[in-house]
Design a binder for this molecule. Structure first.
Ligand code: SF4
Ligand code: SF4
Length: 360
């Protein structure tokens, strides 16, 4: 995914697609579900996956609603893998059984993300550690795919300390943990209260992967403090959200823009929408779109992007040791002796022209 993102600026890095809008839960903060929609017919879903593959999409994420309610989920995942794309799913986990996990293994799923909102279920959300721990046990035992547990902070979350318990529990089970910040119904930031900020800073220390490392470093640090981010959102180009009606939107919170049919979505659409300035960008909390922007920022100016991330992190924590991929990239691009020769060679191998004026 990383190498492909470096090679071209005109394919989607990540597409979220909805196989069913219905959900078996009703979290009070959520505006992405209903309780009646039928599954998208399987042949229609397969055609949409084929179209995303034609556009060169690297990662295809099945979201919802609750995607495990789709009767042909395995067939859809298999189709994503047949195209060589990375298949991921975001689920509330309620319908996972040992057999369901084994079928996801056989279908070739790459990653699964479960959101766990609290330790005990409450009126806001039933996605609690108490209810889901049995599922986590099965996942730890049987899953051949990566598992990420996401916890949330923000208004509506009664006990922010629960997020620490969820993150620590996830790591004890051998999973990756992340934390998200609840947004309003336009994807916009609602600043964190001090008690939530403290928890957020605590969980930040768990960040281990390149994505979570860079993501936490810049965007989420500002967001947790209620500050705007200065960035360019490339949704509609590098990130696509395909709804149950087969229309392409910027993201789950900006539906209707551009609202074009996926079957007709073209390279010109990808380029135009990636370039377009979005007024919602400064206070946006949609982390997966931030992550695609981070890749483009590295693509356009690898040395400065990497040096900036590392400097900010070491300012806060002088004993900080970067995760493995960041360490390798620093060795390639930042060590004075290698920077010239090896950095130029690596960039050429990845299809990137060195220097701050590299084309997108
Ligand atoms: S489980 Fe997910 S899709 Fe369903 S209501 Fe809760 S947040 Fe929304
Ligand atoms: S900035 Fe981009 S990702 Fe964020 S809400 Fe706006 S369109 Fe969606």
């Amino acid at each position: 995914m990383f190498a492909k993102a470096m090679q071209s600026a005109h394919h989607p890095i990540l597409a979220q697609i909805i196989p069913i809008r219905r959900c078996n839960l009703a979290c009070t903060y959520c505006n992405e579900f209903d309780n009646f929609s039928p599954p998208v017919p399987t042949p229609v879903m397969l055609r949409r996956i084929d179209r995303l593959a034609e556009l060169g999409t690297t990662i295809i994420t099945l979201s919802g609603g609750e995607p495990t309610l789709h009767p042909d989920l395995d067939t859809i995942i298999r189709r994503i893998r047949d195209h060589g794309a990375i298949a991921t799913i975001i689920t509330n986990g309620y319908l996972l059984t040992r057999d369901r996990i084994l079928r996801l293994n056989r279908a070739g799923l790459d990653y699964l993300q479960i959101s766990i909102d609290n330790v005990e279920p409450d009126e806001t959300s039933k996605k609690s550690l108490k209810v889901l721990d049995r599922k986590l046990e099965w996942l730890a035992k049987h899953a051949e795919f990566g598992v990420t547990i996401n916890s949330v902070l923000g208004s509506g979350v009664r006990n922010p300390e629960d997020a620490i318990q969820v993150a620590e529990h996830a790591r004890r089970r051998g999973f990756t943990s992340t934390v998200g910040i609840l947004h309003d119904h336009h994807g916009q930031l609602q600043p964190l209260e001090p008690s939530h900020q403290r928890v957020y800073q605590h969980i930040l220390r768990f960040a281990g992967s390149l994505f979570s490392f860079a993501h936490f470093d810049e965007f989420q640090q500002n967001i947790s403090r209620g500050l705007a981010n200065d960035w360019h959102c490339r949704a509609g180009g590098r990130f696509l959200y395909v709804c149950e009606d087969g229309l392409v939107h910027y993201c789950s919170q900006q539906r209707g823009h551009p609202g074009l049919a996926l079957e007709d979505y073209s390279l010109a659409d990808l380029k135009r929408e990636a370039e377009r300035t979005k007024g919602c960008a400064p206070l946006c909390t949609i982390s997966c779109v931030h992550q695609t922007a981070m890749l483009d920022s590295f693509r356009e100016n690898p040395s400065a992007t990497l040096a900036g991330i590392l400097a900010r992190r070491r300012d806060r924590d002088p004993s900080f040791r970067p995760p493995a991929l960041v360490g390798i990239l620093s060795w390639m691009f930042l060590e004075p002796k290698r920077r010239g020769l090896f950095g130029r060679f690596a960039l050429r191998a990845l299809g990137v022209k060195p220097g701050p004026t590299s084309p997108r």
